[in-house]
Design a binder for this molecule. Structure first.
Ligand SMILES: NC(=O)c1ccc[n+]([C@@H]2O[C@H](COP(=O)([O-])OP(=O)(O)OC[C@H]3O[C@@H](n4cnc5c(N)ncnc54)[C@H](OP(=O)(O)O)[C@@H]3O)[C@@H](O)[C@H]2O)c1
Length: 361
């Protein structure tokens, strides 16, 4: 299928993020012009200082607060050129917050509904598709019994966790899950009720790891998931592996996530679909095994654990039946096939990006 984006215009939100930076890179490589939202002029400048070659291919606009009144209307109304596609990635991904409702759930849900409404009212006839970066946490069950492997999840599943549960337990991981469920559910509701002329694709990745190409200013710039899944085993956060658990046990590399979004723009099979992105298993032990085998200079800092015991004691994660999603992904790819980057490459490339940017020494 034709993959070139020459002459086509994309609105991308949250362009300075870990995932969105890779999406922006592929959009530019394929010839799209991009209007990108960030939360401040400094963040826009940072992107261009990190990637000077992107300068003539992307323009920036500031959207500081998704909960403000109609923050996207002007963007559609004032754009020099109408948009062909929207890719909405921006959403809170930090667990150090004090108000789950206000800092996580509201911006995630309102960001999604406000940009969809603006797209419908002011997007015009050129707008063909809205791609939403969802999450596997909208699909899996936050309360799954990890002591036994359950029935594999599919594109039809929805996580039952509620805002009331997340807030009453003051659990920010649950709060994040609710924020993603609410945003995705609101998007599908909007499509059902408002029947816009564009269609919707939601991409639902599990834990995302891999190299970082977003602006980096010291260790705090490591995105949340690369930190808990990889850097925390190198920077002294974990002195041992025994007792360390992850909230989920499947991953996907950031480059596959980015590629799937750009492929989805023009893939007829992706229309009005949820696409699950799952490469394979990730566990603390698998990650430390890869780091210790491939980075001799870091070995002394990375706990050894028990290299033969891959899963934490008592953990039997439920798998994923992704056949429908794989078929859609293959139809949208350049060569008609879809191969995931494996954990070894994802971890090695992530650690190399941490070393080359000087945030790990
Ligand atoms: N990382 C994962 O494992 C994973 C897995 C599945 C889905 N996702 C989804 O992927 C997307 C990007 O995540 P990421 O890992 O790339 O995280 P990230 O690097 O933290 O990027 C998040 C982006 O969203 C913006 N943002 C956060 N809160 C916002 C708010 N209240 N108003 C406006 N913008 C806001 C951030 O802006 P600032 O930089 O200005 O804060 C940043 O541009 C999110 O939708 C996330 O839910 C991530």
């Amino acid at each position: 299928m034709v993959q070139s984006g020459a002459g086509e215009h994309v609105l991308l939100t949250g362009a300075n993020g870990f995932v969105a930076s890779h999406i922006l890179s592929i959009l530019i490589e394929r010839g799209y012009t991009v209007l990108a939202t960030v939360r401040s002029h400094e963040k826009a400048k940072d992107i261009i200082s990190t990637h000077p070659s992107w300068k003539n291919h992307v323009e920036f606009v500031i959207v500081a607060d998704f909960t403000s009144d109609r923050p996207f209307d002007d963007i559609f109304q004032n754009s020099s050129k109408p948009f062909d596609y929207v890719i909405h990635t921006a959403s809170p991904v930090t667990f150090q917050i004090s108000d789950i409702q206000k800092e996580m759930i509201e911006p995630a849900e309102m960001g999604t509904t406000q940009i969809l409404r603006a797209a419908q009212h002011f997007g015009g006839p050129s707008l063909k598709r809205f791609v939403l970066l969802g999450s596997a946490v909208s699909v899996l069950n936050s309360f799954e019994d990890l002591s036994t492997e359950g029935k594999p999840y599919t594109e039809k599943d929805w996580n039952p966790v509620t805002a009331e549960q997340a807030i009453s337990q003051n659990d920010t991981v649950l709060g994040y899950n609710v924020s993603k469920i609410r945003a995705e559910a609101a998007a599908w509701k909007f499509m059902r009720e408002s029947k816009p002329t564009f269609d919707l694709t939601v991409i639902n990745p599990d834990i995302i790891t891999g190299p970082m190409i977003h602006p980096i200013h010291g260790p705090k710039s490591i995105n949340e998931t690369n930190h808990f899944a990889i850097a925390s085993f190198i920077d002294g956060t974990h002195k041992q592996i025994d007792g360390v658990t992850f909230p989920f046990y499947h991953f996907v590399d950031v480059r596959d996530v980015a590629r799937s979004h750009v492929d989805a723009l023009k893939n007829p099979a992706a229309a009005n679909q949820r696409i699950l992105l799952i490469s394979g298993l990730i566990t603390p032990q698998l990650v430390v095994n890869i780091i210790r085998q491939n980075f001799p200079s870091l070995k002394d800092r990375v706990p050894e654990g028990n290299p033969g015991q891959i899963l934490p004691s008592g953990v039997h994660p439920t798998g994923w039946d992704t056949r429908i999603s794989l078929d859609i992904l293959a139809k949208g790819s350049r060569d008609g096939t879809w191969e995931y980057i494996d954990l070894k490459k994802s971890v090695i490339d992530a650690v190399n990006s941490m070393l080359s940017t000087g945030i790990l020494r």
